[in-house]
Write a new protein. Structure first.
Length: 226
């Protein structure tokens, strides 16, 4: 039996935080100065109380209101001794790119980046077992991934090219879209199985992801599992 990966194995120090009493202007400036930061963990004292996303600030005209007004509240924190597999789907459900990690008392001790869960949710060839390539029968699936076509260029959140679409995968039973297989590199590239919830949009014939190229690079190589 394979040893479980725990949150403590993948978490990092809680550097992307902001106090609930700070202004939205300060939060915007913070995230604009560090383009890789798309969200901040909102804290009160040493307790996480929500997640503030850059997209929410941009939708707020003139950055009026407070952080408490815009933050995603009631995000369940992770525990450092919790298996990563127990958190599958949490960041997708709340549409966030990091989870606060707390100790037994509920105090913030770290953060879990989306890349860590993406890796846990995608396990090489097992990720597409029992799945088929996309067919016309799945045309009613409401997801940006349905607009993804073979050979489209795939671009990361920071604008770096990731690779090209090799296939779009769907569950053989439910017909739900599950993964986009992206071929990275040129001559000796690797096939990465990217969960469809990481597809942000299709624009100008390119597929844009919610995560950076570096987060796709750490995913297992499907070819290596054969």
């Amino acid at each position: 039996m394979a040893e479980q990966t725990l949150v403590r194995d993948k978490m990092s120090p809680p550097t992307e935080t902001i106090h609930a009493t700070s202004t939205l202007v300060a939060a915007r400036q913070r995230m604009q100065s560090e383009m890789r930061v798309k969200s901040l963990i909102v804290i009160e004292g040493d307790r996480p109380v929500g997640i503030l996303r850059y997209t929410d600030i941009n939708r707020e005209s003139g950055a009026q209101g407070t952080i408490a007004d815009l933050m995603v509240a009631d995000v369940p924190p992770a525990r450092e001794d919790q298996p990563l597999e127990e958190l599958s789907g949490v960041m997708t459900e709340y549409d966030i790119d990091r989870l606060p990690v707390v100790d037994a008392s509920g105090a913030l001790i770290g953060e879990l980046p989306r890349a860590a869960l993406t890796l846990a949710e995608t396990t090489g060839a097992e990720a597409i077992s029992g799945q088929t390539t996309l067919s016309d029968a799945q045309s009613d699936q409401a997801t940006p991934a349905f607009d993804v076509k073979k050979d489209m260029s795939v671009v990361g959140a920071q604008g770096h090219k990731v690779g090209k679409v090799k296939e779009v995968m769907a569950d053989a039973l439910s017909g739900s879209l599950t993964h986009v297989v992206v071929h990275t590199g040129i001559l000796f590239g690797k096939d990465k199985s990217v969960p469809v919830d990481l597809v942000d949009r299709v624009e100008g014939g390119d597929v844009y992801l919610k995560v950076d190229k570096s987060e796709i690079d750490v995913l297992p190589d499907l070819n290596a599992a054969e």
